[in-house]
Write a protein that binds this ligand. Sequence first.
Ligand code: CUA
Length: 344
Amino acid sequence: MISRQKNFPMRTLFLVLGLLAIIALAGCAGSPTWFEPASSNAALITHLGTAIFLIAIGVFVIVEAMLVFSVVRFSRKREGEALQIEGNRKLEIAWTAAPAIVLAVVFALSLQTLQSVAYSPAPDPAGTPAGDAVHVRVVGHQWWWEFDYPELNITTANELHVPVNTVVNFDLESVDVIHSFWVPQLAGKTDVIPGHINHTWFKADQLGTFHGQCAEFCGEEHALMQFQVVVQSPDQFQTWVAQQQAPAAAMTGDAAKGEQLFLNGACIGCHTVNGTKAAGKVGPNLTHLASRKYFAGNVFENNAANLKKWLTDPPAMKPGTLMPNLHLAPTDIDALVAYLTSLK
Ligand code: CUA
């Protein structure tokens, strides 16, 4: 009787947990997934994940089958005392060897994949010259991503552009805590560590926009440390490069008023706008802010309404952000928004 009373809340608990899991997983529907790889590295990782998943299913089926068989076959109704198997050498060797073999297979598969994805391919001496590979320096910040293209003289944030079918080499570093660079459809996770430069690479084989996410818990806004990778044709990429290399646009009207406020206010302590005296390094480079689709860690759609809300009280939109509430006057905010939306 007692055990029955105890069982009931447990069953309810499992039911509630199961329902919650279904609701949570339903949120994943339609999201980009590592089941749809868009680079050679991601494809190898997907194959490995699938192989390990199938092995796990095999183990599950065998173990559960043995369990169900034993419960049915050896239930108390039929037998008296349980069979004693202590010291059965054959059985002990079998249940030690079987998992060891399974783990050895998983280890070998993982090592093989690791070797294939770890090192960027050397430039092909006959084909692609070394200069064709794109080099990006990734800097993790709480909670946004800086992307520098040292050879191209471009610094941007949260929106990474790369040409299709081209090797992209990344140097990863952090200014604060450990982050992790992860684009499920393009590249596996690589830690982004302060005081140490890590490397990763990928070669995208599909055009499109792919979601990236910090994959190492790095503080309260870890979940909102996102980015996107825009894979473009070589022509589109060159157009983007030329546009990013241009100095900031000349301003008129309200935007010019906003520019003066920006250049003579606190903004330049943290932000850079190429071609002006603003050279702060703490926050994102804003030279071509208006060309990006989202801002603040690729979280808020980049439009006048959201920028206005952001300038009014950044920590209210993203608690923990380094950008403080500057208590700007509403008219100044309007001018600053006119300026920021003109930084095409
Ligand atoms: Cu950065 Cu999590």
